[in-house]
Design a protein around this ligand. Structure first.
Ligand code: ADP
Length: 172
């Protein structure tokens, strides 16, 4: 079991064992939350991403990898790649998005990380409908937490007010 917390703000400020980055398959950085994490965390994060790229190639949608958090207050950054809305069927997209949350949490658990903060994966430039994404995220996190006791706290960190209000409603 574990608890879920809802936060409105900037994930780069979170003091959590891990924060999750909504990366792209290249792992080479981008805009949105990805850009914010690399800017605030410094070059050490990109350096480890480059090593992962060299050794493992691109990161497919739904998968997750872990690096240092550089200068961030978090201990680790977990990079996961959300689905781009429209590239798969809606059901396949739901499954890929759920896999992002599940695989990020499984990776955190395998590193003994107790608190994990997530942004609203795929709801920016990847255009996943926000309410649908929130329902998938909450469902995947609840299912994961119910089946283990390694991860103790999951935070949903909403940057935009629309997501914050949706999560507030759905978490009830
Ligand atoms: P994606 O490509 O997965 O859609 P984006 O970074 O474009 O990724 O958007 C994902 C979510 O991250 C959006 O809901 C956006 O509001 C949010 N976001 C942007 N910057 C930050 C930040 N500094 N902290 C937390 N969330 C952020």
């Amino acid at each position: 079991m574990g608890t879920i917390r809802l936060i409105k703000g900037d994930i780069t400020k979170e003091r959590a064992d891990a924060i999750v980055n909504a990366a792209n398959s290249s792992l080479m950085g981008g805009g949105g939350v990805d850009g914010a994490i690399h800017r605030a965390g410094g070059p050490a994060i990109l350096e480890e991403c480059r090593t992962i790229r060299r050794e493992c190639g691109e990161c497919p949608s739904g998968q997750a990898v872990i690096t240092t958090a550089g200068n961030l207050p978090a201990l680790k950054v977990i990079h996961t790649v959300g689905p781009v809305w429209g590239r798969q069927t809606p059901d396949e997209s739901d499954e890929l998005l759920a896999a992002c949350y599940r695989n990020s949490l499984a990776l955190a658990a395998s590193y003994g990380l107790k608190s994990v903060a997530f942004p609203n994966i795929s709801t920016g430039v990847y255009h996943f409908p926000k309410e649908r994404a929130a329902a998938v995220a909450i469902g995947a996190v609840r299912a994961f937490l119910a089946g283990q006791d390694e991860v103790e706290e999951v935070r949903f960190v909403c940057f935009d007010d629309e997501n914050y209000q949706l999560y507030k409603m759905l978490l009830g």
